[in-house]
Write a protein that binds this ligand. Sequence first.
Ligand code: ASP
Length: 351
Amino acid sequence: MAQKNQPERKILIVYTGGTIGMVQDSATGALSPFRFEGLLEAMPGLKSLDISISSYCFPHLIDSSDMGPEGWVHIGKVIEENYDSYDGFVVLHGTDTMAYTASALSFMLENLAKPVILTGSQLPIGVLRSDGKANLVNALEMAASVDEEGRPKVREVCVCFGDSLFRGNRITKFSAESFTAFLSANFPALARVGVHVKWNPMLEQDARTLVREPFRVWKTLESHVLILKIHPGMTPSVLRSLLENTDLKGLVLGTYGSGNAPTSEAFVEALSVARTRRIPVLNVTQCAEGSVEMGKYAASTQLRDLGVVDGKDLTTEAAVTKMMYLLGKGLDYEAVCKALGQDLRGEMTCR
Ligand code: ASP
């Protein structure tokens, strides 16, 4: 994929942990992270790629269950410090929370004009049948790919996994079993990997990613937020007590179908505490595919009247990280609600 007349591309691998580099503890049988050199030893063929590869390793490799705002800022700082020295970045990360990290980075990396591609695997790279080797090679080659004018083909945060390159803030982990672990139900893949790599022409047409402002990393995130999936039988008093918790700064509400929720007076009254306390509430659907359309059913008009923001086709992962990012900017309630409903990084479809 790297074009012949182009100078060798320089890619920095940021290794955070995850199954891709794990080994089995002989005593307990549990998988735990392994050193980076072991990962490269398992792939001597990497040297034959037409890419200059360097690496940065987290001081403590983690299972991605332990990833969060602190880790996202750490990744962001590594990219910021090395931004001018590299043509692209490949982040090795566990699959469990990869969709959250990719979404968070998509907001935090402002005016990004280079590829940041996350990948990992379902089986450790040292295992013969591992999906890690193909995922890593594909991610590196995609990060090194350029268009006819020598610009990086990818100029956003993506996830390369299985046979696809996805926009990072559009995916959800849907399988703990399959090598195609991620689903991007509301947005097409940016590339498909088979015998050939088929790029989606939309990548080149996306003028938004031809940024002219200087790159910077936003590092303050508000983590006092909550995802709450409503369910039949949810007790309004429990909802009320959550909303009365003074630590709470933002709520992502997982609703039914096209954004519907109970209409009882008790439920509406409990939810109204959010507006009184100026806590932004973002409505996302519990369905894997499709969009919130507040006002389509009577069962969502009450939410609109309470100032709940229509999350359209946002994934839950993108919704909660967008909330953390906007609240972290120190914006007031009205400004956060307004920005939540706007497309900032291609994360939602606004018709
Ligand atoms: N528990 C692992 C992690 O997310 C799973 C994986 O990498 O696939 O770190």
